[in-house]
Design a binder for this molecule. Structure first.
Ligand code: MLT
Length: 407
């Protein structure tokens, strides 16, 4: 008789964002007149920029002609895009080359899949709170025990708190894989160079691997902060970086991301190049490459015009983040983030937990956000507001929060 992967049964609840969508739908059904504003999932709302649209259109036209038509491509991505991405890393003084870049259909699948090339017995450390994919993918892979008290046994949680500025201390025991997201989803905190250096030195000394998610790097305003872990000396020996066009170019629906696996990155008993070879093998087996049309859109996004347009979008969303922060300041709510990331991380009012605040915000203001506890136990007592939204909706949400929320 067929049996299912028993690890799926360990997963605590539904995936966070569908759960929010479900609760929102229920509220809407019970309150049909409510005009709900959504600052929950970090999903881009502004249209693709003209340079990207032109790039996509031209690619579609090519595919419609005998000469321009192409079928399967390299699962690593088209050379032009890999080179364009590598150039962005090189501009920041890193030694990343096009052959280190593996283009994909997004940072979420790569974040979930990357663990498959590591030993099933690897000890995994995550920031707490963290983007749920890091935890759930390792639960499914069988690297954890059962959940108890909001934590999975066997997983190492690195607390990110107000006290440590939402960047963790080193793990308190030996670990093999360390997930770091900077700028951080959900707290909005961006790691400094010394903070990342500390982790890189630790990883090299322990032969651990850092899985670094830089999907929000383009939102960094403070240019002294690293955009990539490879800006830290030695990181190429111990870090794999995952990133995305989703939030920068508005590709949440188009789907395009990449993973950087340098030759130098090594684990226990592997030679340089071996980990890169495993990721190549994994992608060749499970993946046929990102859409050639989406990749053309990525190339267009990285032209000078495309980048200027992306910068405009990023400024726009960061303007939204300011509006949200200002609104919360006005009513005396303590909030963080929104300076170098499109997420604002607020404390819930005393005595109100994250999910209770979700209900309160929805019923009093008709605004949807994300309960902090959905990102891990240290997210309890916090709530995330996303800066992705049309300007009038964000303004209206801030106005409702300041005028209607009962504190
Ligand atoms: C989020 O809201 O945390 C993200 O947008 C979800 C995602 O990128 O998958």
């Amino acid at each position: 008789m067929a049996q299912i992967n028993p690890s799926y049964k360990k997963l605590a609840a539904g995936y966070l964002f569908p759960e929010i969508a479900r609760r929102t739908r229920e509220f809407q059904a019970a309150n049909p007149a409510a005009d709900i504003l959504r600052l929950g999932i970090g999903d881009t709302t502004e249209p693709l920029t003209p340079a990207v649209v032109a790039g996509l259109r031209a690619a579609v036209e090519r595919q419609g002609g005998l000469e321009g038509y192409s079928g399967y491509g390299d699962s690593e991505g088209i050379p032009e895009l890999r080179e364009a991405i590598a150039r962005e890393y090189q501009k920041r003084g890193t030694a990343v080359t096009a052959s280190d870049i593996f283009v994909s259909d997004g940072a979420k699948p790569d974040s979930a899949n990357i663990q498959s090339i590591f030993h099933a017995g690897s000890i995994v450390a995550v920031q707490d709170p963290a983007y749920p994919v890091y935890v759930d993918s390792n639960v499914i892979a069988g690297r954890t025990g059962e959940a108890s008290g909001g934590c999975y046994n066997g997983l190492v949680y690195m607390p990110c708190t107000e006290k440590n500025g939402f960047f963790p201390a080193l793990p308190d025991r030996k670990v093999d894989l360390i997930y770091i997201c900077s700028p951080n989803n959900p707290t909005g905190a961006a790691a400094t160079h010394p903070q990342l250096k500390h982790f890189v030195e630790y990883a090299i000394s322990q032969r651990a691997i850092i899985l670094f998610d830089s999907a929000y790097a383009i939102f960094i305003r403070d240019q002294s902060l690293p955009h990539s872990i490879y800006e830290v000396e030695g990181a190429e020996q111990c870090a794999i970086e995952i990133s995305s066009f989703s939030k920068s170019a508005g590709f949440t629906g188009v789907r395009l991301g990449w993973t950087v696996v340098p030759d130098a990155v090594v684990a226990e008993e592997t030679a340089p190049g071996e980990i890169k070879g495993l990721w190549t093998r994994r992608q060749n087996t499970f993946f046929n490459g990102a859409s050639n049309i989406a990749q053309a859109g990525g190339v267009a996004a990285l032209t000078d015009t495309g980048q200027a347009e992306m910068a405009g979008r990023v400024d726009f969303y960061m303007g939204n983040a300011r509006i949200i922060r200002d609104g919360l300041d006005q009513i005396g709510v303590t909030a963080f983030g929104g300076d170098n990331a499109p997420y604002v991380w607020m404390r819930t009012p005393p005595g109100i937990d994250s999910w209770a605040f979700f209900d309160k915000l929805l019923s009093e203001c008709h605004v949807v956000g994300t309960p902090g506890v959905g990102f891990g136990p240290r997210g309890e007592g916090y709530f995330r507001l996303s800066a992705f939204g049309h300007r009038e909706n964000v303004e209206q949400a801030a106005e409702r929060i300041t005028s209607r929320l009962v504190l």
